[in-house]
Design a protein around this ligand. Sequence first.
Ligand code: SAH
Length: 204
Amino acid sequence: MVDEQIANRGITDSRVLKAFLKVERHRFIPQELRNNAYADYPLPIGEGQTISQPYMVALMTESLKLTGREKVLEIGTGSGYQAAILAELAKEVFSIERFPGLAKNAGSILRDLGYQNIKIRMGDGTLGWPEEAPFDRIIVTAASPSVPTPLLEQLKENGGLLLPLGESFSQVLTLIEKKPGTAESTPICGCVFVPLVGKYGWRE
Ligand code: SAH
């Protein structure tokens, strides 16, 4: 998976590649789908949600340019796989999931794997996690019609917010960098994510 799908397609950050070699993706996949855990596509994880294609997780991770010192907020815990990758590359990870079942399941897998720098909470991630703000990086792993205001507010100056922006069935993965008095937006690539459902996302 790492050679053919990730390194071969241009992911070069050696810390990122190392994290993907270390984190066992099959641990985050429902038992009956584990044979496909390292395949080149997204997989269902319950509640109508999906774990993203490995390459997309890698591209998003590399785009965050993590050094190991960052406090990161993730919206959309899902399986917990992206959170584990982030925890290998940043100091602390805070992750929010709206489905209690998914949050609980991801929490127990991450605990079994021994991660102590990940905190998960249930709720509407479009509101952010004000008690823990500000964050160096924020990553949204669900598709948003616009940039949720609370997330931009909870981002540190010179920090980055990465999110799929656009319509329900097609988005542009976008990096927003917060600069003094402004925010710069850089499109990365086209993508398709499940919808971000919440106050500053899509309505239920
Ligand atoms: N990062 C995940 C991928 C999750 S798919 C992984 O590595 O497996 C997107 C997730 O976002 C889904 O689990 C969905 O329930 C969740 N989600 C959607 N809207 C949300 C919101 N407003 N707050 C928190 N989670 C949300």
